[in-house]
Design a protein around this ligand. Structure first.
Ligand SMILES: [Zn+2]
Length: 213
């Protein structure tokens, strides 16, 4: 199985651009997080950032190409991120074309305070429309899974938690996976979620209660 040179270059360029945009927002602290882009549907191939690299720097060697078993398809010295299997779950269970994973204080905060509920409830915020949800009085639930140490289990549970109405899964005190049909939509979605979580965190602290809606 191989991919064309142009396909490879285009994917690297797209991921690098998105990586820098999100890095500049402070969303990849301490080399955390990762990004991926689907290249082929069947059989599945996607490009993904490798683990442990500073995402503020651009080098073409920081991106690898993996198949439906999360194994590299091209010869590489890079190690696929341990979280590659979570990206794989998202591609297998949704129509995502791009998946973004970030660790932020705001997404960690809401994942912890709403953990017992099993989801973060979001209501009546204009920003919900950025998820392409246009109902009046829109209400959504963003699923939260435990941060299992066993990454195969974490990937499985994250996949099972996916709510088809909502393009995101939170992992408790860890971060969020967000997706869209392409890089443009994935970026809009992650920005919308992080905006709403920051607002909610402030409202919870102001009211002294998670009962904010
Ligand atoms: Zn992570």
């Amino acid at each position: 199985m191989d991919i064309l040179f142009e396909e490879k270059q285009k994917a690297i360029e797209t991921l690098n651009n998105l990586k820098i945009e999100l890095y500049n927002k402070g969303w990849f602290p301490a080399t955390s997080g990762n990004l991926s882009l689907k290249i082929r549907e069947n059989p599945l191939i996607f490009a993904i950032t490798s683990s442990g690299k500073d995402k503020g720097k651009i080098t073409h060697e920081d991106i690898l190409f993996v198949d439906k078993e999360a194994k590299p398809i091209l010869q590489t010295k890079l190690k696929p991120s341990a979280e590659t299997k979570i990206h794989l779950q998202v591609y297998q269970r949704t129509d995502a074309g791009c998946v973004v994973h970030v660790h932020t204080v705001n997404n960690n905060f809401v994942s912890e305070v709403f953990f017992e509920k099993g989801f973060v409830p979001i209501k009546n915020l204009e920003m919900i429309k950025a998820l392409d949800i246009w109902e009046e009085n829109a209400y959504i639930e963003v699923p939260i899974v435990e941060n299992y140490f066993d990454l195969d289990k974490l990937a499985q549970k994250s996949g099972e938690a996916i709510n088809p109405e909502v393009p995101a899964v939170l992992i408790r005190n860890h971060g969020i996976y967000v997706w869209g049909k392409n890089e443009f939509e994935a970026k809009r979605h992650i920005e919308a979620f992080e905006f709403m979580f920051e607002y909610m965190k402030n409202l919870i602290l102001f009211k002294g209660s998670t009962n904010i809606w």
